[in-house]
Design a protein around this ligand. Structure first.
Ligand code: NI
Length: 166
């Protein structure tokens, strides 16, 4: 089972704040990594998981939203986001136990490659759009708390860190 890097647990969480590198080749090692990420995501009862969260600084993530198939997005590019925004309560396997409302675009269009090396374009709305935007941020070292106002971010992080350091 792949270990999930969590915020503030030790000095090893720098990868959560770093920009990930493009995947050079969608080879068997990448397919194995993606299978492992799906497994770790299921085990953690998450609906999305990005490379940096399993200590791989690679631009890929997986999703599995209820009612949708399990998906892998390799070297993704978000090519459109809607001007309409939505509030939704988010959590993150790397910040366990912290949930808070985040405002983001309500829908998007994304291009990526799947685990078989095929390019695809996907239009997403609702929860799938939400999880894609959250996971895509991980590839740029951005956590959902970084999308909050400074005051809300500080409060949320203080509560979370107090809990993990007890
Ligand atoms: Ni996350």
């Amino acid at each position: 089972m792949l270990d999930i890097v969590t915020l503030g647990s030790d000095a090893e969480d720098a990868i959560l704040h770093s920009k990930a590198e493009p995947v050079a080749d969608i080879d068997p090692a990448i397919r194995t990594l993606i299978e492992g990420m799906h497994e770790a995501m299921r085990h953690g009862k998450g609906i999305g998981l990005a490379g940096p969260q399993v200590d791989r600084a690679l631009r890929l993530f997986v999703t599995h939203v209820e009612g949708d198939q399990p998906r892998a997005f390799i070297n993704p590019e978000i090519i459109m986001t809607s001007p309409e925004e939505a509030d939704y309560e988010e959590g993150c396997l790397s910040i366990p136990g912290l949930y808070t409302n985040v405002r983001r675009p309500a829908s998007l269009r994304i291009q990526a490659w799947n685990e078989r090396g095929r390019p695809f374009t996907l239009e997403a709305t609702d929860l799938l759009a939400r999880v894609i935007l959250h996971e895509y941020d991980h590839l740029d070292g951005i956590l959902f708390v970084d999308r909050l106002s400074a005051a809300r971010r500080e409060r949320a992080l203080a509560a979370y860190l107090k809990k993990v350091r007890m």
